[in-house]
Design a protein around this ligand. Structure first.
Ligand SMILES: [Zn+2]
Length: 854
């Protein structure tokens, strides 16, 4: 399909001659409950002006059939006007009315109008997801962010359904089994931000009101939605509570009244991402509706996402990047605001910056060290580029750099800049220069060189302390060494930590300074007694990898867990993980640190990261000959901590899940089976449905769960979540047949939604089963191009990432990856990028193994 991949040049050309006055979109989804119905009727009438009458242009549309195209009363032949991706029109007038009538397809991949049938009760649910460019799967339009327009949606659906869109509905009309919802016109928004949610959703209504500075009242109807069968688990009050705190906070901080009327938040099935900021109609993955006990880290993460999406109502929806080059403008800002607002809005999640340091930055560091990394301001040539740019740079590094910018210009100047930006560009589109412009106004600082070094270059710096002392142990010089391809200005705090009488490591002095160039001397430290630990980037103000001097590293080996400050401790954990990933600390030493100190880690989110990272350390970074011992140590440690944890605590649950992930020996698996059967108990540990599935996965992977047992568990949890877990358990069984079935289910058929593609690949690719999956490495490289050509990008990305033979950590597999890369210079850049990144993960594992072996 030649026109499917819209380029930036095409978008610029189109925006140069067109101005859109409005869309009228009619959708008829009354066929949705019929599984045999593959399509729904979609009619778009778009009114637009053209500054060069006589020329032609095109609309974007991905539809199985176009029934009619009418331009200014003139019928065009769909057979010639429509090429499968674009509706070509010519002979434009100065003012135009175009109507396109099409049959569009219900989606199973979460792209466009997704259709889901609930296995629990047979009910059908629909929702849309478009970013960056899938509105064209639902209605014909000019699919680019800078052709904003008011949208008026009319949706005809089964009479029993609730239907939501960006705006409130103005009327509802029932005729027989169908009901037609007419929605009010939206304010001008971009195509990718439009939304429809339809189905017998369970709805919880609420209301927010606030007096504005001019004395008028702002009234915002609130609603939270989920599937009916999830309603018993839906804690809407908690979600709506965070919502109201957020609305208070953003109104105070942004000084611009919420511009989209009502605020719906729908939790939807088989969602490919965390959430999407559709104005007035936010969609979330329904895994945020917790069916079983989860740790507080999960609640914090959900609250963060609620606030992230809400920040987008201003940054992204009210003011929108012109093209996907500046995607980061909205994502970095929203990502930063998610954490900032958790604290600023006075939610109960006061450790938001610890989580940010622990998780978002880990994502950014990983992405920024791939050979495919890019400057925060990326060069996005087309939609395929755009699709891959929803990455750790755009979100997490960008947010980290904004945190540094706030330290650099001050919070007051930063938010005053934001306030001016919203007022100046409301309902418009912007580029980086527009944001930098207002920030220069409010801060009085020249941000061009700052932007050049932070936004227009790629890569992460490492900062290392260099300490020299005199005979009495006093500091004669403390210097900060910076390395990296580009040296940047860093506003940092240097924390000096000493042990107190009880052995706790406490900050005894904190020095803030600007680090510039390769070597910066910390003058204030001279004359002070050498501390036990020098922690660079204390408070996590800048974005960098932290290294240590030899004495500080020794302090961490014996006392990392004794650091009292939660954020400082999280930074130390992050730093030793980076050392491990970089092949500077043997994986077994990292594992030893986790086994020694994770039991006393108070922050539940950090603890869960330590679990995941220590598992990766054993699976990929440890020398193969030590793997079995490392795995046994993790499982023993998990069992020990599980028994020691406070009954009923989040920590107890986290250790139970970690035991399930690491269990291998007879003792561990015996306990796992006992917990499932009820014959073993751990005081305070409730073996609820999600934990049961984790335990079954352990048994399945060990070859100790029968087909009947797994089917029996599914029968008692016949839900969407249950189906996913069951699928993963089947794929995890250690037999050639199970691997073949999982492979075939994904590769030989395109029937599976992305959630089940993921479940299959996760079960298939268990690292400890590398002997069984080794024979799939060669076929994997053979089918890459076919998968990329034939599957939608969401599914293709999951296959390319999920089935890469990462567990085959040997030179031969690395060579196979290189042969493919060398032999396919013309493959789609986005496909090459994914393979390059996985290949880099593999090369990194080999380097780490060499370090661990030495
Ligand atoms: Zn976002």
């Amino acid at each position: 399909m030649p026109g499917k991949n819209l380029s930036r040049e095409e978008a610029q050309q189109r925006a140069g001659v067109l101005a859109v006055d409005g869309y009228l979109v009619r959708l008829d989804v009354t066929s949705a409950p019929d599984p045999a119905a593959a399509t729904f009727r979609s009619t778009t009438t778009v009114t637009f002006r053209c500054s060069q009458p006589g020329t032609g242009t095109f609309l974007d549309l991905l539809a199985p059939a176009v029934r009619s195209v009418t331009l200014n009363g003139r019928e065009l032949d769909p057979a010639t006007a429509y090429d499968g991706a674009r509706v070509h029109i010519d002979g434009l007038a100065a003012e135009n009315v175009l109507t396109v009538e099409a049959d569009c397809a219900y989606s199973r991949t979460g792209e466009g109008l997704h259709r889901f049938v609930d296995p629990a009760d047979g009910e059908t649910y629909l929702y849309t997801h478009y970013e960056p460019a899938d509105a064209r799967r639902v209605f014909a339009n000019f699919e680019q962010p800078d052709l904003k327009a008011p949208f008026t949606f009319t949706v005809t659906a089964p009479a029993a359904w609730d239907v939501r869109s960006n705006a409130v509905h103005e009327s509802v009309r029932t005729e027989g089994d169908a009901r037609t919802w007419e929605f009010a016109p939206t304010t001008p928004i971009s195509t990718y931000l439009t939304a429809v949610v339809a189905g017998p959703y369970h709805v919880v209504n609420d209301h927010y009101s606030r007096e504005l500075p001019d004395g008028t009242a702002l009234e915002i109807p609130l609603a939270a939605l989920c599937r009916q069968s999830l309603a018993p688990h839906f804690d809407a009050e908690e979600i709506l509570g965070v919502t109201k705190l957020g609305l208070d906070f953003f109104h105070e901080t942004f000084d611009y009244p919420y511009p989209f009327g009502k605020y719906d938040q729908a939790f939807v099935p088989e969602y490919n991402i965390g959430a999407m900021e559709n104005p007035g109609c936010v969609t979330f993955k329904e895994e945020f509706v917790f069916r079983s006990k989860v740790t507080d880290a999960a609640y914090e993460s959900r609250a963060n996402v609620v606030l992230h999406e809400m920040a987008h109502m201003w940054f992204g929806d009210l003011v929108t990047p012109r093209w996907w080059d500046d995607l980061w403008l909205k994502e970095s800002f929203a990502d930063f605001m998610g954490s900032y607002a958790l604290i600023g809005a006075r939610t109960r999640y006061s450790s938001a910056w610890v989580t940010f340091a622990n998780q978002r930055k880990a994502w950014a560091y990983r992405q920024d060290q791939f050979p495919t990394t890019h400057p925060i301001t990326a060069d996005i040539r087309d939609l395929e580029d755009a699709k891959l740019n929803f990455d750790g740079i755009t979100y997490a590094k960008g947010a980290s750099v904004l945190k540094q910018l706030v330290a650099y210009v001050g919070a007051e100047a930063f938010f005053e800049g934001a306030r001016r930006y919203f007022k100046r560009h409301a309902f418009g589109n912007t580029e980086l220069a527009d944001l930098l412009g207002v920030l220069e106004e409010t801060s009085g600082r020249d941000l061009k060189s700052w932007a050049a070094s932070w936004l227009q270059t790629a890569g992460v710096n490492a900062l290392t302390p260099q300490v020299t002392t005199d005979a009495e142990g006093r500091i004669t010089e403390l210097a900060v060494l910076q390395d990296g391809d580009v040296l940047r200005p860093h506003r940092i705090a240097v924390g000096l930590y000493d042990r107190d009488a009880d052995g706790a490591l406490l900050c005894t002095e904190r020095i803030e300074l600007d680090v510039t160039g390769a070597r910066t001397v910390v003058a204030e430290a001279v004359g002070r007694r050498r501390p036990d630990l020098v922690l660079l980037n204390d408070e996590d103000l800048t974005y960098c990898k932290i290294r240590f001097d030899a004495e500080s590293l020794e302090t961490l080996r014996t006392g990392l867990g004794d650091i009292r400050d939660e954020l400082a401790r999280a930074l130390a954990w992050s730093a030793v993980w980076n050392l491990t990933r970089d092949g500077l600390m043997p994986a077994r030493d990292y594992v030893a640190l986790v086994l020694r100190f994770a039991g006393q880690e108070g922050n539940i989110g950090v603890l869960q990261s330590l679990h995941a990272q220590s598992k990766t350390a054993v699976d990929l970074y440890a020398a193969p000959e030590w793997r079995a011992e490392g795995a046994r140590k993790l499982a023993d440690g998990a069992l020990h901590e599980l028994r020691a944890a406070v009954p009923g605590s989040d920590h107890q649950l986290a250790w139970a899940r970690f035991l399930a992930r690491t269990a291998g020996g007879a003792e561990h698996l015996g306990l796992v089976r006992g917990l499932l059967a009820g014959s073993a108990r751990i005081d305070g540990l409730e073996v609820d449905q999600e934990l049961r599935w984790s335990l079954w996965l352990a048994l399945a992977a060990a070859g100790q769960a029968t087909d009947e047992e797994l089917a029996g568990e599914l029968a008692s949890d016949n839900t969407a979540g249950g189906k996913r877990e069951y699928t993963q358990c089947l794929a995890a069984r250690p037999t050639p047949e199970a691997k073949a079935a999982a492979w075939s289910a994904v590769i030989d058929s395109d029937e599976l939604p992305s959630a089940l593609v993921e479940a299959n690949s996760a079960g298939f690719a268990i690292p400890a089963q590398r002997d069984l999956t080794a024979l799939y490495a060669a076929p994997y490289f053979k089918l890459l191009e076919r998968v990329w050509a034939e599957r939608t990008i969401e599914i293709a990305m999951r296959i390319v990432g999920g089935f890469f033979p990462i567990a085959q950590t040997d030179e031969q597999t690395l060579a196979e990856a290189d042969v493919w890369l060398d032999g396919h210079p013309q493959a789609a850049p986005a496909l090459r990028r994914l393979v390059l990144e996985r290949r880099d993960d593999l090369a990194r594992a080999l380097r780490a193994q060499a370090c661990d072996r030495a």
